[in-house]
Design a protein around this ligand. Structure first.
Ligand SMILES: Cc1cc2nc3c(=O)[nH]c(=O)nc-3n(C[C@H](O)[C@H](O)[C@H](O)COP(=O)(O)OP(=O)(O)OC[C@H]3O[C@@H](n4cnc5c(N)ncnc54)[C@H](O)[C@@H]3O)c2cc1C
Length: 312
């Protein structure tokens, strides 16, 4: 017979593990299902400077290992499995993974988001052959090479700065004429001699047979096209929420992020959501943690109400 948990948390990123610390301390029997390594997408970077309480910055691997230990200390169990479906069976939620099926009285979806693709024909074929979505992971392979980063948000700019440690030159291709995001990062970009920003520019074509050779860039203001020979292209144009497995189950917005209330409830009673997967989280670790905590408190309140039938 399947073991029944009070709460099943899907995703062991900052949101999921913060939630588990609180559900564990509320003495709720907690299972976390994680498809990869516990820690979430913050493990894709090597250093975090803006997480409160760490004025000298913190190494994400160490921070997230402490999140995991903290969640396990209060009783959370972590299983490696990728969730494919959630369905209601009687009073319980049935969570279906690749390896097994799990039963819970409440569910917190904290599956975060994944890199968005440009959608160009050669993109998939040349990924790993010059195209990458993670400078921190792959930057060292491009020592003394010329690379470009596409994107204009904090992620893209941080990637560009990181790549200057290895590469001879880094072009930043941005479709607008200014950056959004943190000013301190922009200042570092403009001060770095290895970085050149190509404003108002979009990539039209990616070229290469067995490896990336060049890209065609169109200036969106004067419509000129220029060819750029590069060894590496780092794509950093945003993230898409990991919500395909709950399509039709919970309400989502036009970006396919899960719609949540202030208490992180979704359109399905008993299903809660937290972190970057929701429409209520500005894609930062601290906010993911905050929404994870809010979801855990709401689950505790929800389960207490279920256990105490109303007088009428
Ligand atoms: C390169 C990079 C640098 C960043 N730098 C910073 C920074 O300096 N400061 C900052 O505050 N934020 C930063 N962020 C953003 C921060 O990492 C995210 O906002 C935060 O990790 C979101 O947490 P989360 O728990 O909502 O989701 P995630 O961290 O995405 O965690 C979700 C987890 O769910 C798992 N999962 C997904 N689908 C399933 C499934 N179907 N079944 C089981 N498990 C599943 C994933 O494997 C993942 O471990 C950065 C992000 C990136 C990519």
């Amino acid at each position: 017979m399947t073991e029944t948990y009070d709460v099943i948390i899907i995703g062991a990123g900052p949101a999921g593990m913060a939630a588990a610390i609180y559900t564990g301390r509320a003495r709720l029997k907690t299972l976390i299902l994680e498809k990869g390594m516990p820690g979430g997408q913050i493990l894709l970077t090597d250093f975090v400077e803006n997480y409160p309480g760490f004025p000298e910055g913190v190494v994400p691997f160490e921070l997230m290992d402490n999140f995991r230990k903290h969640a396990e200390k209060f009783g959370a169990k972590i299983e490696t499995d990728e969730v494919k479906e959630i369905r209601k069976e009687g009073e319980l939620w049935h969570v279906v993974g690749n390896k097994g099926e799990y039963s819970g009285r409440a569910v917190i979806i904290a599956t975060g988001s994944s890199y968005r693709k440009l959608g160009l024909p050669e993109e998939v074929e040349l990924t790993g052959r010059g195209i990458s979505y993670c400078g921190t992971c792959d930057g060292a392979f491009f020592k003394d090479r010329e690379v470009a980063v596409v994107g204009g948000g904090d992620h893209a700019l941080t990637e560009a700065l990181f790549l200057t440690k290895f590469c001879t030159s880094v072009k930043v291709i941005h479709r607008r004429d200014e950056f959004r995001g943190e000013k301190i990062i922009q200042e570092r970009i403009f001060a770095n001699e290895k970085i050149e920003v190509l404003w108002d520019s979009v990539i039209e074509e990616i070229k290469g047979k067995d490896k990336l050779e060049s890209i065609s860039i169109r200036n969106v203001k004067d419509e000129t096209i220029r060819e750029l020979k590069i060894d590496g292209l780092f794509i950093s144009v945003g993230m898409d929420p990991n919500t395909s497995f709950v399509k039709g189950l919970v309400e989502m917005d036009e970006m396919e992020q899960i719609k949540v209330s202030q208490k992180m409830t979704t359109s399905q009673p008993g299903i809660f959501a937290a972190g970057d997967v929701t429409n209520a989280c500005p894609e930062q670790m601290a906010t993911a943690v905050g929404t994870g905590v809010a979801a855990a408190l709401a689950v505790d309140e929800y389960l207490s109400r279920l256990a105490t039938p109303s007088a009428d």
